[in-house]
Design a binder for this molecule. Sequence first.
Ligand code: UDP
Length: 350
Amino acid sequence: MDRKSQTAVLVTGGAGYIGAHTAKALHERGFLPVVFDNLSSGFREAVRWGPLVHGDLRDRAALGEALSAYDIKAVIHFAGLIEVGRSTVQPDLFWDINVAGTISLLAAMREKGVDRLVFSSSAAVYGQGQRSVQEALAEEADKAPDSPYGATKLAAEWLIAAQCKAYGLTAVALRYFNASGADPSGLIGEAHEPETHLLPLAIAAALGDGKPLTIFGQDFQTPDGTCLRDYIHVSDLAAAHVAALDVDLPAGAFEAINVGTGEGRSVSQVVAAVGKAVGSPVPHSIGDRRAGDPPSLVADPTRARQVLGWTPRCSSLEQIVEDALRWERNPRYGAGRRDPAKRAKADASA
Ligand code: UDP
């Protein structure tokens, strides 16, 4: 399709994991995804479906230029820091990038008259609070983030909601549960440096090209003592973003919507599923709890169905593990993070 006739959408953080999958989904729906990314954690190779604008979220002028240069009609905002553990030791950096970065983006959008936003939020806004581990989370649940990361996502939501009211912006915040899996094409997948997420670490351990996995705590008040999470296939998440762009909302509306399956899986269940798919068990040990980890985060996905008309299509644990394994066996980028020899070589030449 001729690029000029396509509706352009700015995807901040579009070189990252969920951003790249969403860029692909946008392309498949006829949009032009314009990726804005400083490549601090994203990968140039993940930007395949539209142009890359190399820039930092806190650089308002650069954002303004990108918004004008491509006649952007809407923004999907992923850029930010995501590691829960790191946020407990560098909270100031998280507030700067995740909150001040969002202030900068909103200002640039307002200046250029772009009035539609989809924001990458997180189930981490809830925290465990007084909730029992059996309870699925509806959007109205108490917000008591267990980590500075979750606090920055909640603060950014509040900021966006206020801007909607004040300036007529229309926004949807998607509160993701655990993004996982990879595009079935094998072209894009999960690649964080350093990798902190359960599924890639468990697969790397099972394939023998990573360290043995440490399970962070087996003494939670959950059925098998390990944490419960709601694992959602990244392609399903990407589809939710495209649906959120299209949803018919009045000017000034702000909606926060959970994106999960409604099914909780324990760390031990994930580890067992990986062992089964790989054909050899995941070498692991039991360690201490990780700071900021609530025992259970499981979505009530009712509102996503009602407002977005969205339901997950490929989020069975088996499908997620199969797609993640295909990617981890043949990652197109970011492989150095798992191989100590490659890592040392890359570090030496940096
Ligand atoms: N986890 C673990 N070992 C690891 C990484 C993660 O036991 O090396 C656990 C973690 O405590 C959490 C679950 O796996 O209960 C999912 O963690 P992840 O970092 O993948 O996502 P999060 O839930 O923090 O967004």
